[in-house]
Design a protein around this ligand. Structure first.
Ligand code: G2I
Length: 449
């Protein structure tokens, strides 16, 4: 087993690059991670959930949310009908509430969804042709600009392909504005928020079939022509009529091989007990087996929160208790307690770098683009290990921090969050932040306790 679970995730902006994200710490003596997100982070992935703004005041709900999840997708609050209820008049209250909650709890946000044939406001449903195309572009631009710097990835276009064997686009008023509507939406999103990953998201594309082949052809074409696209989302809504495909992993892999990230974006699996648990395990293992599968999101927290509540498709029951599917998912992520005895003596490695003495050290790497930057800070434990750490990193004046992850920030002071305070000697964890402006040279210092 790889005890050296260090990972860095890449993210591309327009030519600019590499957002390094959260991460892992562990050694043979470590207890396994005890929550979904902490376990996923040790594998260099995120673990997320769909969130409804009106449930944030439910303490059972928010307690599970903040304990288990490191990425949130607004379930309905960023859709066109919610964000632009009348043309040109934008309404972000509920979505902003989710983003604020996420930022306050060290969670990142998947934006969902900028352009979709469903959940359009009435006024958009009454448009067609050039008027609709222009309204769509304006919508993408306005919403992506409002959330600029706060979104890990956007579902730019959702569900644009037809079901069945035809292998073509879904008919919709957006499609009737011209076949190029999808790339136009992606270009508008890139222009508005160059740091967000841009995803195409769909269902029934989870295995290789006519529909996923058609999406694959579009993505290949986008990559060949330089249309900005960074990821493909696989919704993964499964039930007995639509089971986890046997080629699920292979399908994720062939998309990843096109040179972009893949993500499981709306996972739910109807059923109960060990059969459901086994399916969740398979899906989790598939993502972990694909190096560019950067994370997975379940479509709700408790069964009672699900859009398909009667199918009990989620990881927590209606009372918020962990189900067998929770345990199998956590175990597949490598968390949940030791599954084998730790070795009786530490592994011998003659090539390991010496462990620095003292508490901890910190280094920063900056990816700068015109007008903004992302900085990844690596915290390495010295010979004493850490139980908690604080990094002090003076930031230049004139910048505005728009987002940070895997850390609690107070001005220039950055403190560990619950799952990354403990670092064994010589191991490291990473946190990051995104800002507008120019970073210059950043010099972090670290103190451990
Ligand atoms: O349909 C399941 C998902 C398929 N992929 C895209 C997702 O965006 C989609 O999510 C679901 C939400 O989970 C539902 O919550 O999208 C549905 C609408 O297409 C959402 O349902 C809507 C109801 O239709 C509305 O009547 C209700 O007001 O949820 C709204 C808020 O509860």
């Amino acid at each position: 087993m790889d005890r050296n679970r260090k990972r860095a995730l890449g993210a591309a902006g327009a030519g600019a690059l590499a957002v390094v994200v959260a991460v892992g710490i562990a050694s043979a003596a470590d207890a396994a991670a005890s929550t979904l997100h902490a376990a996923a982070a040790e594998k260099g992935r995120y673990f997320g959930t769909a969130v409804a703004a009106y449930k944030l005041s439910d303490s059972v709900y928010s307690t599970i949310l903040d304990r288990e999840f490191g990425m949130v997708t607004p379930e309905n609050e960023m859709k066109w009908d919610a964000t632009e209820p009348s043309q040109g008049s934008f309404s972000y209250g509920s979505a902003d509430q989710i983003v604020a909650h996420a930022q306050a709890h060290g969670q990142r946000v998947r934006g969902h969804a900028l352009a979709w044939h469903q959940q359009q406001p009435g006024w958009a449903q009454n448009l067609s042709g050039t008027a609709l195309r222009n309204a769509m572009v304006n919508h993408v631009t306005q919403v992506a600009t409002h959330y600029k710097g706060k979104i890990y990835a956007w579902d730019v276009v959702n569900e644009a392909f037809a079901d069945g064997g035809g292998g073509g686009r879904r008919d919709s008023s957006l499609q009737r504005t011209g076949n190029d509507w999808i790339e136009v939406a992606f270009r508008a999103a890139r222009a508005a928020d160059p740091a967000a990953k841009l995803c195409y998201n769909d269902y029934n594309t989870d295995g290789q079939n006519a529909k996923s082949n058609a999406v694959y052809a579009m993505v290949s074409d986008f990559k060949a022509r330089g249309v900005p696209i960074d990821c493909v989302g696989f919704q993964s809504h499964f039930n007995s009529a639509s089971p986890v495909p046997s080629d699920y992993q292979a399908n994720l892999q062939r998309f990843a091989d096109l040179g972009l990230d893949v993500q499981i974006t709306e996972l739910d699996i109807e059923g109960s007990g060990s059969a459901q648990a086994d399916n969740y395990r398979r899906v989790t293992e598939a993502c972990l087996a694909v190096s560019r599968c950067t994370g997975m999101t379940v479509w709700g927290i408790r069964d009672s929160d699900s859009w398909r509540a009667s199918g009990t498709p989620l990881l927590f029951d209606g009372n918020g208790n962990k189900k067998a599917a929770y345990t199998s998912t956590l175990t597949a992520l490598g968390g949940g307690g030791p599954t084998s005895s730790p070795p009786s003596s530490p592994p011998v490695s003659s090539s390991s770098p010496p462990v620095p003495s003292g508490g901890c050290t910190a280094t920063a790497s900056v990816n700068q683009w015109q007008g903004g930057f992302v900085v990844a800070v690596r915290v390495t434990a010295g010979s004493g290990g850490t139980n908690a750490w604080t990094v002090t990193m003076p930031l230049p004046s004139g910048i505005t921090v728009t987002n940070s992850w895997s850390v609690t920030r107070n001005g220039n002071t950055f403190t560990n969050v619950s799952y990354n305070g403990h670092i064994n000697p010589g191991q490291y964890t990473e946190f990051g932040l995104q800002a507008t402006g120019t970073a210059g040279t950043l010099t972090p210092t670290c103190a451990a306790s």
